[in-house]
Design a binder for this molecule. Structure first.
Ligand SMILES: NC(=O)c1ccc[n+]([C@@H]2O[C@H](COP(=O)([O-])OP(=O)(O)OC[C@H]3O[C@@H](n4cnc5c(N)ncnc54)[C@H](OP(=O)(O)O)[C@@H]3O)[C@@H](O)[C@H]2O)c1
Length: 430
């Protein structure tokens, strides 16, 4: 058995406290798997006196994270503080001193992964971050290692448990967005300020990380087209249900048809109730990967929570510890393909639209003509209600998002259309 590897933990909240518990409870097994014991050498927090979910030796606690990560005796730093600063400064300080880093920080990786990867390269340490996307679910290692010999065409998934919980409640109980959000907050699935989740920022950061891995290109969260779920009404959910669809917040990373660029987007979409992602309930996450030779793969599990996320952190911890003992490093960031992220307008998708229309002859012909003018072909049309309640529900074939948007704008101008009641992209059944 080699001498102990010293670990500095930054953050002792939901995830950090579970990391400590696992290091303590599974110390002997982890040592046997690594070939050296792990020694927790310090824990940086913001408030020393705070009650913790795990017992921590007070002598290990410090509010001086910077001194901890730059200590000569530290081998590995685990960052579970979150946010951009001071996390970025602390991680780069550790990496540039040759330490290995494990982090769960999707916000930072989505915004400025390049700086961290560069620091890992120059410092010859490891940077692992499995827990940053979909909590416990192994996704990044499969993309980075198991599927690296294949050609990934698409990654499509539910990567935010909070929004999935809200949409699932709306679908199963008919609740409004506000009521479902309130329930999610009461049960601890949503934060008091739910913006990062319900506006899609969290999923966009994860989509950027996934797209980078899948397509060997650098993608930032800023390049991800993002729409949240706050505008979704109980009527949208009910009308999707009636047509055999369910609404999910999806992260979609896909090559363009000519393979020369990629689209990376996060938005609510209708998927058929028969699609495997439709069965992902409550706060669970699931990601579908479509690769040329492997075909379709689905990864499913808990995307958040202290223990599930700590499981992914511990997996990375063992991996970087083994690498250090072997005097080697894991694979660097792979960006050789340098594929451009195309604007949302170039994305090819389908659309479901509900129109409140005047009940008079020729309405359907006028509407159909407008779709044709924008090169959008119609797959199905259904009329519901009569008189002032008449509604046309149209599902299109595949078209560019730009043509679909132009069609929706044109519909709003038509005299025969009283209102465009709802518009939603349709995914998963082409
Ligand atoms: N929670 C999840 O389910 C989950 C899932 C996947 C990924 N993640 C990611 O994991 C990371 C941690 O999340 P979390 O839920 O564990 O957060 P959290 O419960 O808010 O814990 C954050 C911890 O960081 C400490 N901290 C904050 N600012 C600090 C500073 N300047 N210096 C030193 N310590 C500082 C806090 O100290 P005090 O305790 O003294 O306040 C706290 O212990 C985030 O990047 C998050 O995105 C979380």
């Amino acid at each position: 058995m080699s001498k102990p590897l010293k670990v500095a933990l930054l953050g002792c909240g939901v995830v950090g406290s579970q990391v400590i518990r696992l290091i303590h409870e599974q110390g002997a097994d982890l040592a046997a798997r690594i070939g050296a014991p792990l020694e927790l050498a310090g824990v940086a927090v913001r408030r020393l006196g705070r009650k913790r979910d795990v017992e921590v030796d007070p002598a290990l606690l410090t509010t001086d994270a910077e001194s901890l990560v730059t200590r000569d005796d530290i081998d590995i730093v685990i960052e579970v503080i979150g946010g951009i600063e001071p996390a970025r400064t602390l991680i780069t300080a550790a990496l540039s001193r040759g330490k290995s880093v494990v982090t769960a920080n999707k916000a930072l990786l989505g915004e400025d992964g390049a700086t961290l990867h560069e620091a890992a390269r120059t410092g010859h340490g490891d940077l692992y971050f499995e827990a940053s996307v979909a909590g416990a679910i192994p996704l990044l290692r499969p993309l980075r290692e198991s599927l690296v010999g294949d050609h990934v065409n698409r990654v499509l998934g539910i990567v935010n448990g909070t929004t999935n919980y809200i949409l699932d409640k709306m679908d199963s109980t008919g609740a409004s967005f506000t009521d479902a959000l309130e329930e999610a907050q009461t049960l601890g699935y949503a934060e008091a300020d739910p913006t990062a989740d319900v506006e899609g920022f969290d999923a966009a950061a994860k989509a950027a990380i996934l797209a980078g891995h899948a397509f060997h290109s650098r993608v930032t969260a800023e390049q991800v087209h993002r729409e949240g779920i706050t505008e979704i009404t109980a009527t949208d959910v009910a009308s999707a249900k009636e047509m055999g669809y369910v609404i999910k917040l999806l992260a979609i990373c896909a090559r363009s048809d000519d393979g020369r660029s990629i689209g990376v987007r996060v938005h609510p979409a209708m998927i058929p109730r028969t699609h495997p992602l439709a069965g992902v309930r409550e706060a669970y996450n699931a990601v579908f990967v479509e690769a040329e030779s492997a075909g379709e793969l689905m990864f499913y599990g808990k995307g958040a929570g202290g223990a599930p996320t700590a499981s992914a952190v511990l997996g990375d911890l063992v991996a970087v510890a083994r690498n250090r003992l072997a005097g080697t490093r894991g694979p660097d960031e792979s960006t050789y393909a340098s594929l451009k992220v195309h604007p949302i307008g170039e994305t090819v998708t389908r659309c479901h639209v509900a129109l409140d229309v005047a009940d008079k002859p020729g309405v359907l012909a006028t509407v159909a003509e407008l779709f044709a003018k924008h090169d959008v072909s119609i797959q199905t049309v259904r009329q519901e209600g009569h008189g002032d309640d008449a509604q046309l529900v149209i599902v299109t074939h595949r078209a560019t998002d730009a043509d679909l948007t132009a069609t929706m704008e044109g519909l709003r101008e038509l005299d025969v259309v009283r209102a465009v009641a709802s518009v939603m992209r349709v995914e998963g059944d082409e």
